[in-house]
Every structure is written in structure tokens, then in C-alpha cells.
Design a protein around this ligand. Structure first.
Ligand SMILES: Nc1ncnc2c1ncn2[C@@H]1O[C@H](COP(=O)(O)OP(=O)(O)O)[C@@H](O)[C@H]1O
Ligand SMILES: [Mg+2]
Length: 457
């Protein structure tokens, strides 16, 4: 399954992107506001300074006179170490100060009002405040213009400092926001993960509908999941029913056919006819055996999914199963020799009996008459090993692991009835119990060694 990335990561990135945008925006705004505030402060002080000077203007014997009050400059020095320039003109003449200070343009019209301007003086940017006052010199009023200018280093450094602080705060805000985004993404995905966990915790055959409370966004997912499980459950049930029904319907008439054929065989005189009847009985045996195996396989699939776990002593189980197969073995004069220690597992006795029966059946089936089949039960390292060793034909020359595939029979099966489902059943049962099947040719002797490995309880 190829993923299309993680929703959590996408959500985190999205939120982090928004946070970054907000951080930059707030930094930019704070920087702008800080600069504005610093400039306004400077303007206010400049205005106060220029007004203070302008207020000292008076006329004396038709001449404009002024005092430069100390306070007018000290207040400028209070806010920064910037250089201060000033000039006073009466329209045509420079009365005092720096003559080359650039004059704010179009001033004359606004009398009594402080006008601000920014210009350049002695190689530095300066902020200037200018006010014009009419001073009565002799008979007519003369407009006198006072300008105070100050370099802007202080403003720049204050706003740089604040901007740095704002940048720091923005970065901190961004980091906090990213962390919170991660949490938020995880928190909003939690219900989804909980549903996934609840589904995967279930056994594969647990197809009950999900009944957990979920956010509204997940309701469609939940209901389609439930519908899917419902359909799946139905089709599994009908498949199981079908197999059980089919196996039953095949076996019953076959048993009748077999009984009739045996009766016919007993009364048959002609050797040719007897031969045909024997073949017929064999074919019937094979079919009913296959039907039985199919039914067993269906049972295993169904029960393995929803495994019953009851405590079982495997050595008892081995003895029981061997006893059940004793008649089959004795028909070939095969001895079943059991060497078992008590070994306890948790599991489904029906399935384990079925697996054991298939392994023993093979051992007996693929062994020549008058041989031994040894069954041992041992326990080591929390593992129980049931080893069935025969003196038969071995596993043939094909690959061994395919023998556990469905309907797969070996190359050594000439004339021996079978359906190729036995080892499939064994493997499925062991897998359901957390165990495994080990199949090997016996070393140094003819025969097969099949081991059922199960975790001990
Ligand atoms: N004890 C054994 N000795 C020899 N061959 C075996 C033995 N057990 C299994 N096999 C081989 O594995 C194949 C698959 O076994 P199984 O699934 O039980 O099918 P079958 O119906 O043929 O017994 C058999 O056809 C046989 O070739
Ligand atoms: Mg078999």
C-alpha cells in the first residue's frame, strides 16, 4: 500500500505555516509601530523645543531679539545623544544658528503652527521642526521662523532594539505555535488512530460492528466499515455453510455407494468384475476422504480465526489421537510408539487433534507395512515439540515447503489416496496457535520427520 503522506504532518505543516506568517506579520507590525512611536516622541520634543524658543521672541527698538533657553535643548538631549541644530530667520536674514540648515519648503503660509520635515544635514538624516511667529518690529509684523533639527540616530536605535525584541518574541511565538500544532494534529487524529487500533486488536473473524463513540467526521467511515464487515461476515458464513453442506451431501451418498459396492464385491465371481469394484471402492474412499478434508479445512479456517483457548495436556492428546488411529496402523502392522512428557499448552483441542491426526495419518499412509512410527513429545525453551518419525518413503524429491499448500501432493503418492489438504490443515492450526510445522527427510535413514512446534503455556 502506498501512502500519500501523513495527515498529521500535513496538518502540522499547515498550522506551522500559518504561525510563521502570523509571526512575520506581527514582527513587521511591531517594528513599524515602534518606529512610529519613536518618531512621534522625537517630533513632540522637537515641537516643544521649537515652541519654547519661539516664545522667547520679542522686539526691542524695532529689532527682533531672542534668548536661547537652555531647557529648549536639554529636553532634546534627554531622549538621545543625537546632535541638535537650530536656526532663526526673520524672512530674509539669518538671526542666529546654522545658516545652511535646509529650510522646510512652503512654510510661510502657516503661522504659529509647528511644521515637521525630514532632510539631510552634515551628511546625516535630520528631523526638523519649524514654527513661524509674527513679531512686531517697529510698525509692522515680521514673520520670524525658528527651526530646530536633530539627527535620528536615537530613533533608529530605539526602533532597532524594539524590532529585535519583537523578532525574538515572534520566533518564540512561532516555536510555541509549532509545538502546539503538533499536539493539535495528534489530538485531532487520535479518534482515527483509536478506531484503527480497535479494528486491529480484533481477531480476524471478529466482524461485530464497531460501537465506539466517534467524531461526526468519522461517522461515514465507521458506518461503511461496519457495512463492509457485515457483508464480509455474511459471505464467510455462507461459504462455510456451503462447504459443510457440500461435504455432507457428498459423503452420505458415497457411503451408500461404498456399502453397495462392497456387497457386490463379496458376491462377485468374475475376477475382472472384482477388480473394477475394488477400483470403484477406492475412488469412493478418495472422494469421501477429500470431502472430509474439505470439511475439516473449513472448520479449521473458521475456528482458527476465533481460537478457543483451553488448557490441554499434549501428551494426553497425543495418546488419544494415536489410539484413534491404532486400527488403521494395525491393518499395516505398523506400531505407534509414544514417548511423551506432560506438556501443557493453551489451545483448541479439536483443532490440535485434527492436526495431529493428519500428521499420523500421513506417517502411517506413506510407510511400508511392519514398520514403526515414533511419536515424541518434548519441551525445551518454552517450546513443545511433537515429533512424528516414520520409516516410509520420505518426502520425495520436490521442494518441501510447497507440500503445505492447498491440494499440493508430493511426487511419492502413487497409489496412495489423499487430497493434499492434510498439511495445509496442520500448518493453519499451528499458525493459529502461534506455532509452526517443521518437515524434513530423516537423516541417515529412510523416512520422514514431521515436528509440530507449539509455545508452552
Ligand atoms: N510422512 C510422510 N511421508 C512421506 N511423504 C509425506 C509425509 N507426509 C506428507 N508427505 C507428502 O506431503 C504431501 C502433502 O501431504 P498432505 O497435505 O497430507 O496431503 P495428502 O492428502 O497427500 O496426504 C503428500 O502428498 C506427500 O507427498
Ligand atoms: Mg495427508
Amino acid at each position: 500500500m502506498t501512502g500519500t503522506g501523513s495527515i498529521g504532518r500535513r496538518l502540522t505543516f499547515l498550522l506551522a505555516g500559518v504561525a510563521a506568517l502570523l509571526s512575520v506579520l506581527s514582527w513587521w507590525m511591531v517594528t513599524g509601530l515602534a518606529r512610529q512611536a519613536a518618531e512621534r516622541t522625537q517630533d513632540n520634543v522637537l515641537a516643544a523645543s521649537v515652541t519654547t524658543i519661539a516664545e522667547t521672541l520679542r522686539s526691542e527698538q524695532g529689532e527682533v531679539r531672542l534668548e536661547l533657553p537652555y531647557s529648549a535643548f536639554s529636553m532634546l538631549g534627554a531622549i538621545s545623544q543625537d546632535r541638535v541644530f537650530y536656526r532663526v530667520t526673520d524672512g530674509t536674514r539669518v538671526l542666529t544658528g546654522y545658516a545652511d540648515l535646509p529650510v522646510p519648503t512652503e512654510l510661510e503660509a502657516v503661522v504659529g503652527q509647528v511644521v515637521f520635515d525630514t532632510g539631510e544635514y552634515s551628511g546625516e538624516e535630520v528631523r526638523m521642526a519649524t514654527v513661524t511667529r509674527l513679531v512686531l518690529a517697529g510698525t509692522q509684523p515680521v514673520p520670524v521662523t525658528v527651526t530646530v533639527a536633530q539627527t535620528r540616530g536615537g530613533v533608529a536605535s530605539i526602533s532597532a532594539e524594539l524590532s529585535q525584541l519583537a523578532a525574538l518574541l515572534s520566533v518564540a511565538f512561532f516555536l510555541v505555535a509549532v509545538t502546539l500544532s503538533g499536539f493539535a494534529a495528534r489530538a485531532s487524529l487520535r479518534p482515527l488512530n483509536e478506531i484503527a487500533a480497535a479494528v486491529s486488536r480484533r481477531g480476524p473473524s471478529d466482524l461485530r460492528p464497531l460501537r465506539r463513540a466517534a467524531p461526526t467526521e468519522l461517522a461515514p467511515l465507521m458506518s461503511s466499515l461496519n457495512r463492509l464487515m457485515d457483508r464480509l461476515g455474511q459471505s464467510i458464513r455462507s461459504a462455510e455453510d456451503f462447504i459443510a453442506e457440500a461435504a455432507h451431501r457428498i459423503r452420505t451418498p458415497l457411503a451408500t455407494v461404498r456399502a453397495q459396492a462392497e456387497i457386490a464385491l463379496r458376491s462377485a465371481k468374475d475376477e475382472d468384475q472384482k477388480q473394477r469394484l475394488r477400483q470403484m471402492i477406492r475412488a469412493v474412499d478418495e472422494s469421501s476422504r477429500s470431502a472430509g478434508q474439505l470439511l475439516d479445512h473449513a472448520t479449521v479456517i473458521y475456528r482458527a480465526d476465533d481460537l478457543a483457548r483451553s488448557p490441554i495436556n499434549l501428551s494426553d492428546l497425543v495418546r488419544q489421537t494415536a489410539a484413534a488411529l491404532e486400527p488403521t496402523a494395525s491393518m499395516k502392522d505398523i506400531h505407534l510408539k509414544i514417548d511423551a512428557v506432560p506438556a501443557h499448552v493453551e489451545g483448541d483441542p479439536v483443532l490440535l487433534d485434527n492436526a495431529l491426526r493428519n500428521i499420523l495419518d500421513n506417517a502411517i499412509k506413506y510407510s511400508p507395512p511392519e514398520t514403526d512410527v515414533r511419536i515424541s513429545v518434548t519441551e525445551q525453551d518454552k517450546e513443545i515439540r511433537i515429533t512424528v518419525t516414520d520409516q516410509g518413503s520420505g518426502l520425495g524429491d520436490g521442494p518441501v515447503d510447497v507440500l503445505t499448500h492447498r491440494f499440493q501432493r508430493g511426487t511419492n503418492t502413487q497409489g496412495i489416496v489423499g487430497s493434499g489438504l492434510g498439511l495445509t490443515i496442520v500448518k493453519d492450526v499451528l499458525t493459529a496457535h502461534g506455532g509452526r510445522l517443521e518437515l524434513e527427510q530423516r537423516k541417515g535413514a529412510a523416512g520422514t520427520c514431521a515436528t509440530l512446534v507449539l509455545p508452552s503455556s
